[in-house]
Design a protein around this ligand. Sequence first.
Ligand SMILES: C[S@@+](CC[C@H](N)C(=O)[O-])C[C@H]1O[C@@H](n2cnc3c(N)ncnc32)[C@H](O)[C@@H]1O
Length: 211
Amino acid sequence: MKEEDFFYVNNILHYRISDKESLSFDFLKGRLFNRLKRIEHESLIKKAIGKNKVKLKIFDATAGSLIDSIIFLKLGHRVVACEQSKILYRLLDDAILRAKNEYNFFENLSFINSDSAKIVDSHLDSDIFYFDPMFKDIKQNIKRSGTLQKIGNVLSLERLEDTSEQIFNQMLNKKYKKIIVKKPIKSNPLHEKINYQVKGKAIRYDIYIKT
Ligand SMILES: C[S@@+](CC[C@H](N)C(=O)[O-])C[C@H]1O[C@@H](n2cnc3c(N)ncnc32)[C@H](O)[C@@H]1O
């Protein structure tokens, strides 16, 4: 990560990934904003969480662009979101700062820049552990969104690997109530212990419940 590759355009922090592409996040307009407006329609992830009147604590081990975390926040839950990339963290911290006055739900977000493996044990009281690993097939990430492709490029720059699958495997031996893993629809579950699935067209959620 080079400090000189961070720059502002219209008060929005950007990171130069290459001569041709840069990355920034904005929750107040553009693609992310439109997605946030439509969150009421995100029925799949709502089904995966299950009907809940109480405020849950959700540990998002793979924060990425924070979209899934924001869906949880908008549904009224409390979220601890962890992202290992320093670049993503800075860009998102900037986006949160600009959007904070607009959206009260950010009060319920604790956004942490760390390897989730290092902090997950301090959050074993969470009601849900959420994992959205980078899809191994790069084409699937591109299909999911251009932002995910850029996130992949940022991780390569920082020489970071997606290690969420390992953390998920360790998690299975710990105390948990519910684990949700986002997967491409046709892929194999990460573990045979799976309890049930919530399926969409391109992706599905695999749910693990401790019995
Ligand atoms: C597919 S993206 C997540 C997308 C996210 N759900 C969203 O709504 O934008 C996966 C993210 O998990 C992060 N990640 C992978 N392993 C991690 C770990 N061990 N600790 C923290 N973050 C991790 C990656 O850096 C990447 O940003």
